[in-house]
Design a protein around this ligand. Structure first.
Ligand code: KG4
Ligand code: ZN
Length: 358
């Protein structure tokens, strides 16, 4: 089965052709990072305009690189949410129009399920129950997945997403955007024991994440130690590298520590770590140590599949089709689309072909 995946939820315009949910025939991504860099973050209005001008050529290029014609497609999967409304609207409208013209079904895919499925390409099949940490610029969630297509939220962030914290701390230190890769790079020159930041404690005892206090702690440290942000074009001072290393260590400890805690209840047979922050080597190595301790495998997507892409959306659509999803003829973007089981949403989710229960 050949599926065209389309992803426009944030600042990447992407299209991919995937065979049977596992074999990538093409994966085209146009990143808008340089467009948003001067603003230190994604500007929604600019993002949707850029998606509009890129979507046609990106889809054409994905079809051409896959070496197929549009009529060979069996279905289209498009990110329905969560994401920025204007950006999602471009992808969903384009996908619906194309599907209508080709007389093929069009499935609305949850972007987060896409990230979960991004490990399907280069790893053996996932064994369930699985525990999946999805860490990106917009999301930080830990899902208990008892069986394929069923998601129980084990932890969530109470405030900022982990990637967002990387981006904000980088901005504070004058390091540029996006912050994750830069913080990771300069951390290698830093000493994590010099600038220590405490992990957040959640007062109600739930195994949730919180990164906004950490961001404030870094701001306080910078102020109290009179540290100057890096001037444009110059190399970061040692003190800045130490802060980056200390900050990264705390984020990774918090993510992997929570995975360890939740693993005791869930007893997973596979760990999954995906999303943009999964590019981080320290996170990968600490998650690999945890998996070793638990005696189970950990699956990561390769780096180009960790950040937003459309191959993962096609893979998720394939899973939905296998589980008997019915395409919604009135498919519309949903900025707050949930993946996990929620009271009252059962009927709606069942309609989307995802076997949820209350
Ligand atoms: O998944 P993604 O491309 O977009 C969202 O769905 O949000 O993730 C982007 C996020 C950014 O916040 C970026 O700073 C972070 O992933 N990121 C990293 C690394 N590479 C990207 N964070 C930490 N270390 C990295 N190496
Ligand atoms: Zn994402």
């Amino acid at each position: 089965m050949l599926i065209l995946g389309i992803e426009t939820s944030c600042d990447e315009t992407a299209a991919a052709v995937v065979r049977d949910g596992r074999e990538i025939l093409s994966s085209e991504i146009f990143s808008q990072i340089s467009l948003h860099r001067p603003f230190g973050g994604v500007v929604p209005e600019l993002a949707s305009r850029e998606h509009l001008s890129r979507i046609g050529p990106i889809v054409d290029s994905a079809i051409e690189k896959a070496g197929i014609s549009l009529t060979e497609l069996d279905a289209i999967g498009v990110t329905q949410g969560p994401g920025l409304i204007g950006s999602l609207m471009v992808g969903v409208s384009y996908a619906r129009g194309l599907a209508f013209g080709l007389d093929r079904p069009c499935y609305g895919v949850n972007h987060i399920e896409g990230h979960v499925c991004s490990v399907n390409f280069e790893n053996p099949p996932v064994e369930y129950p699985a525990l999946a940490l999805i860490v990106s610029g917009g999301h930080t969630n830990l899902f208990n997945i008892p069986e394929e297509g069923r998601y129980i939220l084990a932890s969530r962030t109470r405030d900022d997403a982990a990637g967002e914290a990387f981006d904000k701390v980088a901005k504070m230190l004058g390091l540029g955007y996006p912050g994750g890769p830069i913080i990771e790079r300069i951390s290698r020159a830093g000493d994590r024991t010099k600038a220590r930041f405490p992990k957040a404690k959640i007062s109600d005892g739930k195994p949730d994440f919180s990164f906004s206090g950490l961001k404030t702690a870094v701001a306080r440290y910078v102020r109290e130690n009179s540290i100057q942000p890096v001037a444009a074009g110059s190399e970061p001072a040692e003190a800045i590298c130490d802060i980056a290393a200390g900050f990264q260590a705390t984020v990774v400890e918090s993510l992997v520590g929570t995975m360890a805690k939740v693993s005791k209840d869930v007893r997973p047979r596979t760990l999954i770590v995906a999303g943009g922050v999964a590019c981080n080597e320290e996170l990968r190595s600490k998650a690999a140590s945890l998996a070793k301790e638990l005696g189970i495998p950990v699956f990561f997507p390769s780096k180009h599949l960790s950040t937003d892409n459309a191959a993962m959306i096609a893979a998720a659509a394939y899973g939905m089709i296998k589980r008997g999803a019915v395409p919604d003829p009135d498919l519309a973007p949903d900025v707050t689309l949930r993946l996990h089981e929620q009271l009252g949403s059962e009927a709606r989710l069942r309609e989307r072909g995802v076997p949820y229960r209350l």
